[in-house]
Design a protein around this ligand. Sequence first.
Ligand SMILES: NC(=O)c1ccc[n+]([C@@H]2O[C@H](COP(=O)([O-])OP(=O)(O)OC[C@H]3O[C@@H](n4cnc5c(N)ncnc54)[C@H](OP(=O)(O)O)[C@@H]3O)[C@@H](O)[C@H]2O)c1
Length: 239
Amino acid sequence: MVELKDKKVIIVGASSGIGKALAKRFIQEEAIVYLVSRTASKLRRVQEELGGRTHVFPMDMLDEASVNATFKEIGAFDFMSFSAVSDETKLMSPIKEMKTEIAQRGMEKFWGTFNCCRAAANFINKNGSIVVTSSMAINRPSKNGASIMNAASAAVNVFAKSFAREIAPARVNIIAPGVVKTGVWTKEEQNNFSKWAEDTLPVEHLGTPEELAYTYFNVLTNPYMTGATITVDGGLTLI
Ligand SMILES: NC(=O)c1ccc[n+]([C@@H]2O[C@H](COP(=O)([O-])OP(=O)(O)OC[C@H]3O[C@@H](n4cnc5c(N)ncnc54)[C@H](OP(=O)(O)O)[C@@H]3O)[C@@H](O)[C@H]2O)c1
Protein backbone atom coordinates (compact mmCIF):
# COMPACT_ATOMS: atom_id res chain seq x y z
CA MET A 1 0.00 0.00 0.00
CA VAL A 2 2.76 2.45 1.03
CA GLU A 3 6.17 2.52 -0.69
CA LEU A 4 8.65 1.81 2.12
CA LYS A 5 11.96 1.93 0.28
CA ASP A 6 14.15 4.63 1.90
CA LYS A 7 11.56 5.39 4.59
CA LYS A 8 13.15 6.06 7.99
CA VAL A 9 12.02 3.71 10.74
CA ILE A 10 12.98 4.07 14.42
CA ILE A 11 12.62 0.93 16.52
CA VAL A 12 12.99 1.44 20.26
CA GLY A 13 13.57 -2.01 21.77
CA ALA A 14 15.25 -3.34 18.62
CA SER A 15 17.79 -5.58 20.34
CA SER A 16 15.26 -8.26 21.27
CA GLY A 17 11.82 -9.78 20.81
CA ILE A 18 9.15 -7.85 18.94
CA GLY A 19 11.43 -4.93 18.05
CA LYS A 20 14.05 -7.17 16.45
CA ALA A 21 11.42 -9.08 14.43
CA LEU A 22 9.95 -5.78 13.24
CA ALA A 23 13.37 -4.48 12.20
CA LYS A 24 13.77 -7.58 10.01
CA ARG A 25 10.40 -6.89 8.37
CA PHE A 26 11.25 -3.27 7.50
CA ILE A 27 14.70 -4.24 6.22
CA GLN A 28 12.96 -6.59 3.75
CA GLU A 29 11.16 -3.49 2.42
CA GLU A 30 14.48 -1.65 1.94
CA ALA A 31 13.66 0.90 4.61
CA ILE A 32 16.40 2.64 6.61
CA VAL A 33 16.14 1.24 10.13
CA TYR A 34 17.42 2.90 13.33
CA LEU A 35 18.03 0.22 15.95
CA VAL A 36 17.58 1.68 19.44
CA SER A 37 17.94 0.20 22.95
CA ARG A 38 20.36 0.60 25.88
CA THR A 39 23.03 -1.90 24.88
CA ALA A 40 25.26 -1.11 21.90
CA SER A 41 26.75 -4.63 21.76
CA LYS A 42 23.30 -6.26 21.50
CA LEU A 43 22.25 -3.80 18.80
CA ARG A 44 25.43 -4.47 16.80
CA ARG A 45 24.74 -8.20 16.94
CA VAL A 46 21.26 -7.55 15.54
CA GLN A 47 22.78 -5.29 12.88
CA GLU A 48 25.20 -8.02 11.81
CA GLU A 49 22.50 -10.69 11.83
CA LEU A 50 19.89 -8.71 9.87
CA GLY A 51 22.05 -6.85 7.36
CA GLY A 52 20.22 -4.17 5.39
CA ARG A 53 20.57 -0.45 5.93
CA THR A 54 20.61 -0.06 9.70
CA HIS A 55 22.06 2.41 12.20
CA VAL A 56 22.76 1.64 15.84
CA PHE A 57 21.69 4.18 18.48
CA PRO A 58 22.30 3.15 22.12
CA MET A 59 19.87 5.14 24.30
CA ASP A 60 18.22 4.82 27.72
CA MET A 61 14.50 5.57 27.39
CA LEU A 62 14.48 6.90 30.98
CA ASP A 63 17.21 9.47 30.34
CA GLU A 64 15.51 12.53 28.88
CA ALA A 65 18.75 14.05 27.58
CA SER A 66 19.77 10.79 25.89
CA VAL A 67 16.32 10.40 24.29
CA ASN A 68 16.23 13.97 23.02
CA ALA A 69 19.78 13.74 21.65
CA THR A 70 18.96 10.49 19.83
CA PHE A 71 15.88 11.88 18.09
CA LYS A 72 17.69 15.10 17.23
CA GLU A 73 20.54 13.17 15.63
CA ILE A 74 18.20 10.92 13.62
CA GLY A 75 16.10 13.92 12.55
CA ALA A 76 12.96 13.64 10.39
CA PHE A 77 11.53 10.13 10.30
CA ASP A 78 8.48 8.22 9.02
CA PHE A 79 7.74 5.40 11.47
CA MET A 80 8.49 4.63 15.10
CA SER A 81 7.78 1.46 17.03
CA PHE A 82 8.19 1.47 20.80
CA SER A 83 8.38 -1.90 22.60
CA ALA A 84 11.13 -1.25 25.18
CA VAL A 85 10.76 -2.46 28.74
CA SER A 86 13.12 -3.78 31.39
CA ASP A 87 12.64 -6.20 34.28
CA GLU A 88 8.87 -5.88 33.92
CA THR A 89 8.08 -9.46 34.83
CA LYS A 90 10.59 -9.44 37.68
CA LEU A 91 8.80 -6.56 39.40
CA MET A 92 5.58 -8.41 40.07
CA SER A 93 4.35 -8.37 43.66
CA PRO A 94 1.06 -8.56 45.55
CA ILE A 95 -0.13 -5.01 46.23
CA LYS A 96 -0.11 -5.23 50.03
CA GLU A 97 3.57 -6.23 49.98
CA MET A 98 4.71 -4.01 47.12
CA LYS A 99 7.58 -1.66 47.93
CA THR A 100 7.17 1.89 46.62
CA GLU A 101 10.47 1.59 44.75
CA ILE A 102 9.19 -1.49 42.90
CA ALA A 103 5.89 0.22 42.09
CA GLN A 104 7.76 3.22 40.70
CA ARG A 105 10.01 0.98 38.60
CA GLY A 106 6.89 -0.73 37.28
CA MET A 107 5.86 2.55 35.67
CA GLU A 108 9.14 2.90 33.73
CA LYS A 109 7.50 1.56 30.58
CA PHE A 110 5.10 4.50 30.65
CA TRP A 111 7.86 7.06 31.22
CA GLY A 112 9.96 5.55 28.43
CA THR A 113 6.98 5.71 26.10
CA PHE A 114 6.32 9.31 27.12
CA ASN A 115 9.94 10.42 26.72
CA CYS A 116 10.22 8.90 23.25
CA CYS A 117 6.83 10.12 22.02
CA ARG A 118 7.55 13.65 23.25
CA ALA A 119 10.89 13.69 21.44
CA ALA A 120 9.43 12.01 18.33
CA ALA A 121 6.67 14.62 18.03
CA ASN A 122 9.25 17.18 16.94
CA PHE A 123 10.60 15.08 14.08
CA ILE A 124 7.84 12.82 12.69
CA ASN A 125 6.88 13.47 9.09
CA LYS A 126 3.32 14.59 8.32
CA ASN A 127 2.28 11.20 6.97
CA GLY A 128 4.26 9.25 9.53
CA SER A 129 3.04 6.95 12.26
CA ILE A 130 3.92 5.57 15.67
CA VAL A 131 3.00 2.33 17.40
CA VAL A 132 3.41 1.92 21.16
CA THR A 133 2.98 -1.19 23.27
CA SER A 134 0.36 -1.84 25.91
CA SER A 135 -0.89 -5.30 26.99
CA MET A 136 -4.02 -7.42 26.68
CA ALA A 137 -4.03 -7.35 30.49
CA ILE A 138 -5.53 -3.84 30.45
CA ASN A 139 -8.81 -5.60 29.59
CA ARG A 140 -8.24 -8.78 31.57
CA PRO A 141 -5.98 -8.08 34.57
CA SER A 142 -4.56 -11.15 36.25
CA LYS A 143 -4.14 -11.64 40.00
CA ASN A 144 -0.49 -12.69 39.86
CA GLY A 145 1.07 -9.47 41.16
CA ALA A 146 1.04 -7.66 37.83
CA SER A 147 -1.06 -4.68 39.01
CA ILE A 148 1.55 -1.98 38.37
CA MET A 149 2.69 -3.62 35.13
CA ASN A 150 -0.93 -3.53 33.97
CA ALA A 151 -1.37 0.06 35.16
CA ALA A 152 1.69 1.13 33.14
CA SER A 153 0.15 -0.50 30.05
CA ALA A 154 -3.18 1.23 30.68
CA ALA A 155 -1.37 4.57 31.05
CA VAL A 156 0.40 3.97 27.73
CA ASN A 157 -2.93 3.17 26.10
CA VAL A 158 -4.71 6.37 27.16
CA PHE A 159 -1.67 8.57 26.67
CA ALA A 160 -1.23 7.30 23.09
CA LYS A 161 -4.83 8.17 22.18
CA SER A 162 -4.39 11.77 23.37
CA PHE A 163 -1.07 11.87 21.54
CA ALA A 164 -2.81 10.68 18.35
CA ARG A 165 -5.15 13.66 18.52
CA GLU A 166 -2.32 16.10 19.18
CA ILE A 167 -0.03 15.07 16.35
CA ALA A 168 -2.59 14.37 13.62
CA PRO A 169 -2.39 13.95 10.67
CA ALA A 170 0.55 11.81 11.81
CA ARG A 171 -0.92 8.65 13.35
CA VAL A 172 -0.51 6.82 16.65
CA ASN A 173 -1.79 3.33 17.46
CA ILE A 174 -1.39 0.85 20.28
CA ILE A 175 -0.72 -2.89 20.19
CA ALA A 176 -1.83 -4.97 23.18
CA PRO A 177 0.11 -8.26 23.14
CA GLY A 178 -0.77 -11.41 25.00
CA VAL A 179 1.95 -13.79 26.16
CA VAL A 180 4.80 -13.80 23.65
CA LYS A 181 8.06 -15.76 23.56
CA THR A 182 10.50 -12.86 24.11
CA GLY A 183 13.19 -11.56 26.43
CA VAL A 184 10.70 -10.49 29.10
CA TRP A 185 10.59 -14.16 30.12
CA THR A 186 13.41 -16.55 31.11
CA LYS A 187 13.91 -19.66 28.95
CA GLU A 188 12.28 -21.75 31.66
CA GLU A 189 9.24 -19.43 31.78
CA GLN A 190 9.01 -19.57 27.98
CA ASN A 191 8.93 -23.38 28.10
CA ASN A 192 6.26 -23.34 30.81
CA PHE A 193 4.18 -20.83 28.86
CA SER A 194 4.51 -22.88 25.66
CA LYS A 195 2.94 -25.85 27.42
CA TRP A 196 0.27 -23.63 29.00
CA ALA A 197 -0.54 -22.05 25.61
CA GLU A 198 -0.88 -25.43 23.86
CA ASP A 199 -3.30 -26.57 26.56
CA THR A 200 -5.18 -23.31 27.15
CA LEU A 201 -5.19 -20.77 24.33
CA PRO A 202 -7.74 -21.03 21.53
CA VAL A 203 -4.87 -20.85 18.98
CA GLU A 204 -3.01 -23.64 20.85
CA HIS A 205 0.44 -22.04 20.77
CA LEU A 206 2.50 -19.32 22.42
CA GLY A 207 2.83 -16.04 20.51
CA THR A 208 6.06 -15.43 18.59
CA PRO A 209 7.84 -12.10 18.05
CA GLU A 210 7.20 -12.50 14.30
CA GLU A 211 3.44 -12.85 14.81
CA LEU A 212 3.44 -9.63 16.80
CA ALA A 213 5.75 -7.84 14.35
CA TYR A 214 3.34 -8.73 11.54
CA THR A 215 0.67 -6.60 13.23
CA TYR A 216 3.03 -3.78 14.20
CA PHE A 217 4.08 -3.56 10.55
CA ASN A 218 0.53 -3.52 9.22
CA VAL A 219 -0.70 -0.99 11.74
CA LEU A 220 2.28 1.33 11.23
CA THR A 221 1.85 1.34 7.45
CA ASN A 222 -1.96 1.56 7.24
CA PRO A 223 -2.79 5.22 6.42
CA TYR A 224 -6.38 4.87 7.67
CA MET A 225 -5.59 3.80 11.23
CA THR A 226 -5.08 6.07 14.21
CA GLY A 227 -6.04 5.94 17.89
CA ALA A 228 -6.75 2.21 17.72
CA THR A 229 -5.79 -0.46 20.24
CA ILE A 230 -5.21 -3.82 18.55
CA THR A 231 -5.11 -6.91 20.74
CA VAL A 232 -2.89 -9.77 19.53
CA ASP A 233 -3.19 -12.43 22.20
CA GLY A 234 -4.08 -15.81 20.67
CA GLY A 235 -7.55 -15.50 22.17
CA LEU A 236 -6.47 -15.04 25.79
CA THR A 237 -9.01 -12.23 26.31
CA LEU A 238 -11.76 -14.65 25.26
CA ILE A 239 -11.19 -17.28 27.90
N1 LIG B 1 6.42 -10.70 25.80
C1 LIG B 1 5.24 -10.74 26.39
O1 LIG B 1 4.75 -11.81 26.82
C2 LIG B 1 4.43 -9.48 26.52
C3 LIG B 1 3.11 -9.55 26.98
C4 LIG B 1 2.36 -8.40 27.10
C5 LIG B 1 2.96 -7.17 26.81
N2 LIG B 1 4.25 -7.13 26.39
C6 LIG B 1 4.85 -5.84 26.13
O2 LIG B 1 5.75 -5.90 25.03
C7 LIG B 1 6.85 -5.00 25.29
C8 LIG B 1 8.15 -5.76 25.39
O3 LIG B 1 8.48 -6.31 24.16
P1 LIG B 1 9.23 -7.71 24.07
O4 LIG B 1 8.33 -8.71 24.65
O5 LIG B 1 9.72 -7.82 22.68
O6 LIG B 1 10.46 -7.51 25.12
P2 LIG B 1 12.02 -7.86 25.09
O7 LIG B 1 12.34 -8.97 24.16
O8 LIG B 1 12.42 -7.99 26.53
O9 LIG B 1 12.68 -6.51 24.51
C9 LIG B 1 12.74 -5.35 25.30
C10 LIG B 1 13.65 -4.34 24.63
O10 LIG B 1 13.69 -3.15 25.43
C11 LIG B 1 15.05 -2.69 25.50
N3 LIG B 1 15.16 -1.86 26.71
C12 LIG B 1 15.01 -2.27 28.00
N4 LIG B 1 15.17 -1.22 28.84
C13 LIG B 1 15.43 -0.14 28.06
C14 LIG B 1 15.69 1.22 28.34
N5 LIG B 1 15.75 1.69 29.62
N6 LIG B 1 15.91 2.06 27.30
C15 LIG B 1 15.90 1.60 26.02
N7 LIG B 1 15.65 0.31 25.70
C16 LIG B 1 15.42 -0.54 26.72
C17 LIG B 1 15.86 -3.98 25.52
O11 LIG B 1 17.18 -3.84 25.06
P3 LIG B 1 18.45 -3.42 25.97
O12 LIG B 1 18.57 -4.45 27.05
O13 LIG B 1 19.59 -3.38 25.01
O14 LIG B 1 18.14 -2.06 26.51
C18 LIG B 1 15.10 -4.80 24.47
O15 LIG B 1 15.53 -4.45 23.16
C19 LIG B 1 6.54 -4.33 26.65
O16 LIG B 1 5.81 -3.16 26.43
C20 LIG B 1 5.69 -5.38 27.32
O17 LIG B 1 4.86 -4.84 28.34
C21 LIG B 1 5.01 -8.24 26.24
